[in-house]
Design a protein around this ligand. Structure first.
Ligand code: PLP
Length: 441
């Protein structure tokens, strides 16, 4: 048997050697079990991922790629990295995969440095309209090195107008166009962006970090089916894998991309993370995972329907993926930070979020953003989404009513007990239905 995995023996040892961190770990397990996680970028990883992240693969230096390493002793690391790459290629129908990126931002940076020269122009979605930090937000380091042009969504529809994207692309002639977001509740028109990139002579990349699992599970479109040059995805969001990033690309870009990751950006890859990616890429091919991916979308629809019926103002009027944005300022007369805090008190975790062209500042924005991947991983379905939407509506209408919040806190706690978190107290998944540590009362 292994020595130091996320096991009782290792935990015992931790408890003896560092009680402070041990206690924080126990409290975090409790927090994750007793609250409802609606942050759309978060999820509960597959339990197998914990075993690998806590494994001896953590100890190994594997600079280079399978078959071409700078250190000896690579028979097992070559096995896992080859499995991760081949499985990722199969899952995403890609010609090449790099599985060494430490997280999402370095993954995108590796693409920029691999395919472009400093000073080149990149076009991506504006952060304040749903784009990601790593797509050239002014505060990011990348904005000092590349020139970024930012497309926005339309007001009041909240949708991307492709004609405007095209005009911007023809005016600036970017070397790279990025499709991708961390807060856009609609499907991208991948074919439309492909046409624009062809016309502007740009390389085309999709960053599907939020959607990775939904694409892998066949519930959403795969940009690579539309002839995209590069696709990136984090592995810890809807994919339910370890924290990390993956670059998938056409064969012709394989060498510059691999060189950009190593030795361009990184030294030793995190092989415990690569091992967990390999297993994740196997697990997402199962029928159970495909059903999960579909259910994430069904649950988002159920959530949207109930909220709209209750008078909430949804940005874009609804959702086509796993996430929703509510304009709490117009719908309920409160800013997102007030909503976030009040919802926290009832055990619902989500984040305040800017809405397109938000008149309010980022720390007191006009909206909240949330989604269904984590709740769906717990086995929650449409009935629970409906119940959650109603709890949210009550909180948003009366965020200062402490008695109401206390009552609703009990309701979410009872709900959580029925849906144990995968991987926490894994032995509880005995089907007894109590959801506790299985001292079944
Ligand atoms: C989350 C995310 C990333 C960055 O991931 P980190 O692991 O937080 O660095 C990149 N792009 C998009 C679209 C994301 O949603």
């Amino acid at each position: 048997m292994t020595n130091f995995t996320y096991s009782a023996a290792a935990l015992d040892r931790l408890q003896n050697s560092d009680i402070d961190v041990f206690n924080a770990l126990m409290n975090e397990e409790k927090r994750q079990s007793e609250g409802i996680e609606l942050i759309p970028s978060e999820n509960y990883c597959f339990p197998e991922v914990y075993a690998l992240l806590g494994s001896v693969f953590n100890n190994k230096y594997s600079e280079g790629y399978p078959g071409r390493r700078y250190y000896g002793g690579q028979e097992n690391t070559d096995t896992i990295e080859t499995l991760a790459r081949e499985r990722a290629k199969a899952v995403f129908r890609a010609e090449h995969a790099n599985v060494q990126c430490l997280s999402g931002c370095p993954m995108n940076e590796a693409v920029y440095f691999g395919l472009l020269q400093p000073g080149d122009t990149i076009m991506g979605m504006d952060l304040t309209h749903g784009g990601h930090l790593s797509h050239g937000a002014p505060v990011s380091n990348m904005s000092k090195i590349f020139k970024f042009v930012r497309y926005k969504t339309e007001i009041p529809s909240g949708l991307i107008d492709l004609d405007k994207v095209r005009t911007l692309a023809m005016e600036h002639k970017p070397k790279l166009i990025i499709c991708g977001h961390s807060s856009y509740p609609r499907e991208y028109d991948y074919a439309g962006f492909r046409k624009i990139a062809d016309e502007a002579g740009a390389l085309l990349m999709a960053d599907i970090s939020h959607l990775g699992g939904l694409v892998a599970g066949g519930a959403l479109k795969n940009p690579l089916d539309f002839g995209y040059d590069v696709m990136t995805t984090t592995t810890h969001k809807s994919l339910r894998g370890p924290r990390g990033g993956m670059i998938l690309c056409k064969k012709e870009f394989a060498t510059p991309i691999d060189k950009s990751v190593f030795p361009g950006m990184q030294g030793g890859p995190h092989m415990h993370q690569v091992a967990a990616m390999a297993t994740t890429m196997k697990l997402v091919q199962s029928d159970a995972y495909k059903a999960y991916a579909r259910q994430v979308l069904v649950n988002a629809q159920a959530f949207a329907k109930e909220l709209l019926a209750g008078g909430a103002h949804l940005v874009t009027g609804g959702t086509e993926n796993h996430l929703l944005v509510i304009n709490t300022a117009t719908g309920f007369g409160i800013t997102g930070n007030i909503a976030e805090k009040a919802l926290d008190k009832v055990g619902i975790t989500l984040n305040k979020n800017l809405i397109p062209d938000d008149p309010n500042p980022p720390m007191k924005p006009s909206g909240i953003r949330f989604g269904t991947p984590a709740a769906t991983s717990r086995g929650m379905g449409e009935a629970e989404m409906k119940q959650l939407a109603n709890i949210m509506l009550q909180v948003l209408r009366a965020p200062g009513d402490e008695a109401l919040l206390t009552k609703l806190r009990e309701e979410t706690r009872t709900m959580c007990k029925r849906f144990p978190v995968p991987g926490i107290n894994i032995s509880d998944e005995c089907g007894c239905g109590c959801g506790c540590g299985c001292g079944c009362s």
